[in-house]
Write a protein that binds this ligand. Structure first.
Ligand SMILES: [Zn+2]
Length: 88
């Protein structure tokens, strides 16, 4: 009876080890090429109102050859209205 338990335990441990090994191998293969470049939850500051917010939640706008991010469309519109030359 105890032999069966030991075998079951060994089988379980073996299974865990193989599973972890496979996962590490998979993950390291993944990391080795390109990875962080795209971090989506960077906190950035709204240049209009000064609020910090995650960039993925922001409203983007291109202004003076730069990509800017705002916490809301209102801020974007205000900023662009205040910083753009008046339309001819
Ligand atoms: Zn704002």
């Amino acid at each position: 009876m105890i032999r069966i338990l030991i075998l079951a335990l060994l089988g379980y441990v073996g299974y865990r080890v193989v599973k972890r090994w496979a996962r590490d191998k998979l993950r390291s293969g993944h990391v080795d090429g390109r990875m962080p470049d795209r971090i989506d939850d960077v906190m950035i500051k709204d240049p209009q109102c000064g609020t910090y917010f995650p960039r993925r939640d922001g409203v983007s706008a291109r202004h003076a050859d730069r990509d800017l991010f705002f916490c809301s469309r209102e801020c974007r519109d205000k900023y662009l209205a205040a910083n753009s030359p008046p339309a001819a």
